[in-house]
Structure formats: structure tokens, C-alpha cells
Design a protein around this ligand. Structure first.
Ligand SMILES: Nc1nc2c(ncn2[C@@H]2O[C@H](COP(=O)(O)OP(=O)(O)O)[C@@H](O)[C@H]2O)c(=O)[nH]1
Ligand SMILES: [Mg+2]
Length: 364
């Protein structure tokens, strides 16, 4: 049968792209201060609410992943309750091929199987609804306070200035994402200070400065070859002393998660933020290149071990059929995805919404 042949092909692809899984990390639970600026508390929520009205852009940005998952529709078209096991097995393969990862794909399919056994899932439509519900469950279950709505928001605490540290490997999209974020925050009336913590590349500082000019952000001085922890410490201290800055966003140089000395340097960056503002950064965000699929899992684990991440940003979903990795990364790490990048403009940085994601992948 045609569908079975395609599933067979996907099985081969999946074998070559899946990484072995290791143990799950527990979620970092952050304390946030209860006094201070209303603006900071409002910002994360406002960004999220605004994006909810921008569903079309999200749908467009996930088109490649949706195409890859098109086989699910074909499977459901030949759905029969008598032979549900065959369909579920094939569904599992399709999910694995879209980078859901073997463990997460199994978990999702098991949820549907439970529904069938309990008699709540009978038709193809029920199966699709159960599939979406299972994906949303995986994306929300481990999250801070158990609430997807809360965890996917930017949590900026309430002490001015809020500080965001952005980390990741080279080319993941850190500087671009910071630029987009500065733009969004600026548009909401926040005064943003950008820290050029990538002291290796003048081009990175120039790239950041360009975003800063467009979004009305303040930019700290570029100090070529300086220690990033010194640059970050000085800039955060200055931002605090100015008194008018709402949010500081610290860029860092790309680094391989396997380079021990460079990971230690990141820990030092975090420590210098703590010294400057008397608390940990409000968000420590790892930017992951969405086109790398499940390879991002190991990266995320190493960065999390080193600097205790508070959230993830997945970029370039628009250029990737591997968007299913979002589900796997959340499932395996218990860290929320705060934003996804679905293109090059500021509007293409979208706060992540599990329901919208499931709906975009499997439209009605
Ligand atoms: N299509 C697309 N490209 C992106 C996205 N985010 C970043 N990029 C591109 O990825 C490349 C690397 O980005 P950059 O921010 O310099 O990465 P960095 O080394 O992590 O700072 C640039 O060409 C960006 O324009 C995205 O969401 N979609
Ligand atoms: Mg950069």
C-alpha cells in the first residue's frame, strides 16, 4: 500500500536523524520578585496576546513541517477502528520522521491508544483531536506552575532593569533574535539596553547596533577581544545606574556546547549579571537552530547543565520540516519554548503557544 511504502521510507530517514535519549532534566523553577515595575510584568503577557492574533504567520512559518506530517491525513483517510494498531504504528513512524523523537512519538501515540481502549476515540476525527491533545499535553505538562499560558511567556520579574542572557552555538540566530525581541519590547514602550557580549566579532556588534537603531534601543560599547563577563558586568551596571532602562538583553558569542572553557565563560557572564543586579538574570534563554532537529537536544542539555536555562527559543522553523523537534525538546528537557522564529522580520519572532502549534501542524 502506498501509505505503507511512504512510512517505510520515513522509517529509514528517522533512523539516521534520531539521537539517543538520555535522562530527563527537571524544570528550573524561578522565583520572581513581587515588587516593582508593572511594565515588566505586563510585557511578556502582551507579547503573547498580540501574537495570538497573528496565527496566519505562524501557520505559514510551519508549512514545511506540516507538509512532512501530511502523511497523517493519508493515514486517517484509511482509518478503521478494527485495525487501529497498524495505523498507530505508522503514525508513530511519521511522527519520528518529523523529529518528534522515538520516546515522545511513543508517548503521543500511547495517549491515543488509551483513548481508543477507553472508547472515547472511535473515528478518524477523534484520532486527530486526540493527537493534538496529546501534543499539547506533552508541551504543557512539565511546565512552570503547570500552566502553558504562564510558562511560555517571557518572565521578567519586577525589578528594573530586567536582564535577559542569550546563549547558543554559532549561527543559531542569537543576535537576530535579540534584535527582534528589542524591536517588540521597544514597540510596547520598554526602554531596552543591548549588550554586545560577542567580543570576537565586530560584525555581531554592528548587526546588534543596526537592530538597536531600528528599535530605539540603547547599545553598550563594543570592546573587541575583551572578556565577555567584563563587558556584560559593566553594561548591566551602567544600565542599572541610568535608571531609565527597563530591559537589558545580553548577546554572547556562539560556542560549542562541548567546549568546556567557553561554557565556563558563560557561567562567569551569569555571575557578573548577578553581581551587577543582585540576582540571577530574569531569563537565561538558549537559542536553538530549528533546522538541526533532534541534534539540538544534546546542545540544550549541556547549556542547561552549565547555566541553568529558563527557556528556549527555536529559530528558522520556516526553513525546516523538523519542527516536531519542538515537542521532543520540551518533553525531554522540561524547559518551556518561549519564542519560535518563523522568518526574518520582528513579527516573525512569535511567542510559542502549544495549542496554536498543534493546530498549525494538524489543521482542521
Ligand atoms: N529564515 C530564518 N532565518 C533566521 C531566523 N533567525 C535567524 N535567522 C538567520 O540565521 C542567520 C544567523 O543568525 P545570527 O543571529 O547571526 O546567529 P548567531 O550567530 O547565533 O548570533 C542569519 O542569517 C539570520 O538572518 C529565523 O527565524 N528564520
Ligand atoms: Mg551573533
Amino acid at each position: 500500500m502506498l501509505v505503507q511504502n511512504k512510512v517505510q521510507g520515513l522509517r529509514q530517514q528517522a533512523k539516521s536523524c534520531c539521537q539517543p535519549r538520555s535522562h530527563r532534566r527537571s524544570l528550573q523553577v524561578r522565583a520572581s520578585a513581587s515588587t516593582g515595575s508593572n511594565l515588566l510584568q505586563r510585557l511578556g503577557r502582551v507579547l503573547k496576546d498580540k501574537a495570538a492574533g497573528d496565527f496566519d504567520r505562524f501557520v505559514k512559518g510551519t508549512s514545511k513541517t506540516r507538509e512532512r506530517l501530511g502523511l497523517v491525513e493519508e493515514l486517517l483517510a484509511i482509518w478503521s477502528l478494527e485495525d487501529y494498531e497498524t495505523t498507530l504504528e505508522e503514525l508513530e513512524e511519521v511522527l519520528i520522521a518529523a523529529d518528534f523523537g522515538p520516546k515522545t512519538a511513543l508517548k503521543v501515540v500511547d495517549r491515543i491508544r488509551e483513548g481508543i481502549k477507553q472508547g472515547t476515540v472511535k473515528t478518524a476525527d477523534d484520532t486527530k483531536a486526540a493527537l493534538k491533545a496529546a501534543i499539547v499535553e506533552v508541551l504543557t505538562k512539565n511546565m512552570q506552575g503547570g500552566s502553558a499560558a504562564k510558562s511560555a511567556e517571557l518572565v521578567l520579574g519586577s525589578e528594573k532593569p530586567a536582564v535577559i542572557l542569550v546563549v547558543g552555538v554559532n549561527g543559531a540566530g542569537k543576535t537576530t533574535t535579540i534584535g527582534k525581541l528589542a524591536h517588540k519590547l521597544g514597540a510596547e514602550g520598554a526602554k531596552v539596553f543591548l549588550v554586545p557580549g560577542d567580543t570576537f566579532r565586530a560584525a555581531a556588534a554592528e548587526q546588534l547596533a543596526e537592530w538597536g537603531r531600528r528599535s530605539g534601543a540603547v547599545m553598550g560599547p563594543f570592546r573587541e577581544g575583551a572578556k565577555p563577563q567584563a563587558v556584560i558586568g559593566d553594561c548591566v551596571t551602567e544600565a542599572k545606574a541610568r535608571g531609565d532602562i527597563d530591559v537589558v538583553i545580553c548577546d554572547t558569542a556562539g560556542r560549542l556546547h562541548t567546549a568546556y572553557a567557553l561554557m565556563e565563560e558563560l557561567e562567569a557572564c551569569k555571575a557578573s549579571i548577578a553581581r551587577a543586579v543582585g540576582r540571577q538574570p530574569d531569563e537565561t534563554l538558549l537559542v536553538l537552530d530549528g533546522t538541526t532537529g533532534l541534534n539540538m537536544l544534546n546542545q540544550a542539555r549541556e547549556f542547561n547543565d552549565s547555566v541553568k536555562l529558563t527557556g528556549l527559543i527555536l529559530t528558522k522553523l520556516d526553513g525546516s520540516a523538523r519542527g516536531g523537534a519542538v515537542v521532543s525538546v520540551v518533553d525531554q528537557l522540561g524547559l518551556p519554548v518561549k519564542f519560535v522564529g518563523v522568518g526574518e522580520t520582528p513579527a516573525d519572532l512569535q511567542p510559542f503557544n502549544p495549542d496554536a502549534f498543534a493546530e498549525a501542524l494538524f489543521p482542521k
